[in-house]
Design a protein around this ligand. Structure first.
Ligand SMILES: Nc1nc2c(c(=O)[nH]1)N[C@H]1C(S)=C(S)[C@@H](COP(=O)(O)O)O[C@H]1N2
Ligand SMILES: [Mo]
Length: 410
């Protein structure tokens, strides 16, 4: 065999190596040993791209995909679909056939078992659109100390999109809800990470009262387009104001239960917090944990971006969004002096119940130097965001501490 020819043919050419060097930003030591067609691992990771989503999302995990939105990219009033966070617990369904997709309603407290195609849903029931805030119960987890396992969300596991679909209550009532109904639970078409198709990834739900609210949707559109594959295409539940884990993606079954739903991630420590305040690090008995319901009041500064330099004209606008679970936001204040004094912002009303509200204020930085801008929202019950990380809990849920950004006047 012609040894020489073989080695030259099956290894990367000098030009190819130079190209890769450019992409990697450094010289590849031993690059002459790279086989033809080989993609350096360093580049595979750099290309870490969630199908159908913006490359500006911050990826926290790729197996399964979990990614959050940098706060300044949440600036639009409605979160762009490709920038909306992704929180997958398993593997999304690979091939979705719209015509054969069905949603089954059943359960102990369902009068009948009914199966709907997507076309049935679209033609049988009135269609509604609402802007609804979805926030992962673990948003802000990274700040707890001692830390909790799980995705280390910072600020961006939240968004407010326009959702379109039918009211969950209309569909439930069509199937028939017995008087003893207390809860609904969802099932989706994603598969367990183990590959075991008989294992349910996640099956959570809400009390019947939340399920019956007007804004509770079975949605097939997000911002007037098909829901992105990673966010539940072709059908998902949307419950504004509650942990987004209740908003089942790739929805194919809803059970009407005569007891609190007991699917995977409803029990133990999942999406639960202690019934009473505990010292950080405390081992809390399971029976002392309660299910998280409405999310707490919170706000996010989306402009300027943290680290911004303010030049010349020292007046500039600060803006962002605020939301308060099932409640409304009453006011938002900002501070530029580490909380010594607070300025009241202009705040819009929500476009509909459970949508986030927008605040803005023009501020004046008195002299050159470093500042922090802090934002604090207060809900309609008079409860404000804490300045420091609140209520430590074993799984790191519900951190609604004030958002702080850094700004320099130069
Ligand atoms: N079927 C299914 N539904 C699901 C999940 C999931 O993994 N599978 N994750 C839940 C969790 S924990 C959250 S925070 C939201 C995230 O929704 P998003 O990925 O559209 O942002 O979906 C919820 N619904
Ligand atoms: Mo979540």
């Amino acid at each position: 065999m012609k040894k020489n020819k073989l080695s030259r043919r099956n290894f990367l050419s000098k030009t190819a190596i130079t190209g890769l060097t450019g992409l990697l930003g450094t010289h590849i030591v031993f690059g002459e040993h790279l086989p033809k067609g080989y993609i350096p691992v360093g580049l595979i990771n750099a290309e870490d791209q969630i199908p159908g989503k913006s490359e500006d999302l911050i990826v926290l995990n790729d197996k399964p995909w979990n990614a959050e939105t940098p706060p300044h990219l949440l600036d639009p009033k409605i979160t762009p679909a490709d920038l909306f966070f992704v929180r997958n617990n398993g593997i999304p369904p690979e091939k979705v056939d719209l015509d054969s997709w069905t949603l089954t309603i059943e359960g102990e407290s369902a009068k009948t078992k009914k199966v709907y195609s997507i076309k049935d849903l679209q033609s049988k029931f009135q269609v509604y659109s609402y802007n609804l805030v979805l926030e992962c119960g673990g948003n802000g987890r990274s700040e707890f100390n001692p830390g909790a396992k799980g995705n280390q969300w910072t600020l961006g596991a939240v968004g407010c999109c326009k959702w379109t679909g039918v009211r969950l209550k209309d569909v439930l009532q069509d199937a028939g809800v017995r008087n003893d109904a207390v809860y609904i639970g969802y099932y989706g078409a994603d598969t367990h990470l183990s590959g075991d198709r008989s294992k349910v990834v996640i099956s959570r739900g809400v009390p019947i009262k939340k399920a019956m609210e007007e804004e509770a949707l079975i949605a097939w559109k997000m911002n007037d387009e098909d829901i992105p594959a990673m966010n539940g295409f072709p059908l998902r539940l949307v419950f504004g104001g509650w942990p987004a884990s209740t908003s089942g993606k790739w929805l194919n079954r809803i059970v009407i239960r005569n007891q609190v739903h007991d699917g995977p991630k409803m029990q133990g420590y999942s999406y639960r917090v202690p019934k009473y305040p505990v010292a950080p690090g405390t081992k809390v008995p399971e029976e002392d944990m309660k299910i998280i319901e409405s999310m707490p009041v919170k706000s996010l500064i989306t402009y300027p971006k943290t680290g911004a330099m303010v030049k010349g004209d020292r007046k500039f606008q600060v803006r962002g969004h605020a939301w308060a679970g099932d409640l409304e936001v009453d006011s938002v204040h900002i501070s530029i002096d580490f909380g010594a004094t607070w300025l009241k912002c202009n705040l819009t009303n929500p476009v509909n119940r459970l949508a986030w509200q927008h605040f803005k204020i023009t501020i004046d930085l008195p002299e050159k130097g470093y500042y922090e801008i802090w934002a604090k929202a207060t809900d309609s019950n008079g409860v404000s965001q804490p300045m420091v990380v609140p209520n430590w809990n074993p799984k790191g849920y519900l951190n609604n501490a004030c958002h702080r950004i850094a700004v320099k006047r130069t």
